[in-house]
Design a protein around this ligand. Structure first.
Ligand code: MG
Length: 321
């Protein structure tokens, strides 16, 4: 299923995309009277995050609510996709993890040689959940602090089950599904202090450049794992103002989804709703010096997962305290 958070005529609710429509599973589920003991709307049908926390029962509720909505023919639960606003499928995961340097061609365009896989390990970093925004929400440029903001189209995994220390063979059991992600990155922090350049400073500048608000567009839908039989055979394309900048297959990843999950789970418990972005292919703006500008529109498209589209805005002038 293609699960979304959307608003049609009322509050944000859980939906499923099917054909040209978004089906309102929150309302259909309430009408269906799924008995969850948590009020008129089962907890599992209120949001994707709560659905994932509900485990297999949540997915059963979703399938039943979807069939109920479709079979009933009731148009109050059916909205043309073009007329609704899609929100980020997940807004407050406990963790947003991301891979650095997971495509050899991207490592090479950055001026380094890709190491032999047998002599390397996945390089994982975290982004704050405050980076996350949904489809059509603007990526906000930070202004003076960074004039070199870049896109990174990526396949992201969403965790569906708590797991720790799983093997690559067991990893798929942890996955709820997949979603498009843009690991927006500031390539050059402009700090008003004259600093001694060293490797540590460069590393933290790189890391901090991943952390700005709005630097994690995600969406449009969480596509459940049953619809993505092979996550290493997807075409990924990133466009800026319609021009193709990145085009690759996820087959080119150095460490595949199963290996990534296994590696991370050796260090930390992965929990339902956690997001893992799996790295970006070549074609980023820093390889040509073409960084994002106000007014640009960035699209990340992955086969079967839809298009994640975000405009780029200048900095917000007011502070939110
Ligand atoms: Mg990245």
């Amino acid at each position: 299923m293609q699960l979304v958070m959307f608003d049609g005529t009322g509050p944000v609710r859980l939906g499923a995309l099917f054909g040209e429509y978004a089906y309102d599973l929150t309302s259909a589920g309430a009408a269906m009277g799924v008995d969850s003991g948590s009020g008129p709307v089962p907890l599992s049908l209120r949001s994707i995050k709560l659905l994932l926390a509900s485990g297999d029962k949540g997915l059963d509720d979703v399938h039943r609510a979807f069939e109920f909505a479709v079979d009933s023919g009731d148009e109050t639960w059916r909205f043309p996709v073009a007329g609704v606003r899609l929100h980020a499928p997940i807004t407050t995961p406990r963790k947003v993890l991301a891979l650095a340097g997971n495509y050899a061609a991207h490592i090479r365009e950055g001026g380094r040689e890709a190491p032999e896989k047998e002599r390397s390990a996945p390089q994982v970093f975290m982004k704050p959940p405050t980076t996350l925004i949904g489809p059509d929400e603007p990526i906000r440029l930070p202004g003076d602090l960074c004039a070199a903001v870049d896109y990174e189209g990526e396949l992201a995994v969403v965790i569906g089950r708590r797991c720790f220390a799983v093997t690559p063979d067991e990893a798929s059991h942890c996955i709820a599904g997949y979603v498009n992600f843009n690991d927006v990155s500031c390539r050059r922090l402009s700090i008003e202090v004259e600093r001694e350049p060293n490797a540590r400073t460069a590393f933290f500048d790189w890391l901090n450049g991943k952390w700005f608000d709005t630097f994690g567009p995600i969406g449009p839908a969480l596509v459940t794992i049953d619809e993505v039989p092979n996550p290493q055979a997807l075409q990924l394309q990133t466009r800026v103002n319609g021009e193709v900048r990145q085009h690759a297959s996820t087959a080119e990843m150095i460490f595949g989804v199963d290996e990534i999950i296994s590696w991370i789970s050796r260090m930390m418990t992965l929990e339902p709703g956690d997001v893992i972005a799996t790295g970006t292919p070549s074609g980023v703006g820093s390889s040509t010096g073409r960084f994002l500008q106000p007014g640009d529109v960035v699209e990340v498209e992955i086969s079967g997962l839809g298009v994640l589209r975000n405009p780029v805005d200048g900095p917000t002038p007011e502070r939110d305290t």
